[in-house]
Design a protein around this ligand. Structure first.
Ligand code: ATP
Ligand code: MG
Length: 193
């Protein structure tokens, strides 16, 4: 866990802000990086940000984790390094559960201005977590913390999630270096991790 730099939320921000439920979905690149960009902007305004990653493993240490730490953005990577290839669906469900439990703790704790649940949409689309329960919990937090921004990322956003959100962006692949017909270019430092 990366420790936070800002101890308290900004009181003036609470008064004048309408918290948004934001969904970054679609099959093109940019869902997680967009969420990181928003946290970078928010951190510059002294807002308290936290990202919880459903898919990365605890052992993963990417460029964004180094940068987030410098900016006082808290990041939690859950999971045990298995690949979510659903060879062990029960294990996947359990990891989804425990990661969601941390999301709930962060929402209920009321200490953040911006929360990012990275790849939760993927987890929802694979029905590893019940959508109704997730939506209910999010709505409850938004009702008690009207200035809280919550950002959800991942492919294949379910219709009910899109309906509930204030801002939905679909990243659409036009070209991706992994999918080139000539020599393919795979994940690179500073671009993918
Ligand atoms: P990023 O983290 O770069 O913003 P993302 O969050 O939009 O990407 P994910 O669905 O989380 O993308 O996929 C994770 C990885 O898959 C990333 O490393 C990304 O580069 C890669 N990826 C994203 N879009 C595509 C695509 N259309 N084809 C192949 N690989 C992709
Ligand atoms: Mg992503």
């Amino acid at each position: 866990m990366r420790e936070k730099k800002y101890k308290w939320r900004r009181a003036d921000y609470q008064e004048k802000t309408r918290g948004l439920l934001i969904v970054n979905t679609g099959n093109g690149k940019g869902k997680t990086t967009c969420a990181l960009g928003l946290m970078m902007r928010a951190a510059g305004r002294g807002l308290r940000c936290c990202m919880i990653q459903f898919m990365k493993s605890k052992a993963d240490r990417y460029g964004e984790h180094e940068s987030a730490e410098k900016l006082g953005i808290e990041v939690h990577t859950m999971g045990d390094g298995f690949t979510w290839d659903t060879k062990n669906p029960e294990q996947d469900r359990q990891t989804a559960r425990s990661t969601w439990a941390l999301c709930v703790e962060k929402m209920r704790g009321g200490e953040y201005d911006m929360l990012v649940f990275d790849e939760i949409v993927y987890v929802l689309s694979y029905q590893m977590l019940p959508l109704e329960e997730v939506l209910e919990e999010i709505q409850r937090s938004r009702a008690t913390q009207p200035a809280l921004h919550i950002i959800l990322t991942g492919r294949d956003a379910p219709a009910a999630l899109i309906e509930a959100a204030d801002l939905v962006t679909e990243m659409r692949e036009i070209k991706h270096p992994f999918n080139r017909t000539e020599e393919r270019i795979f994940a690179q430092e500073g671009i993918e991790f």
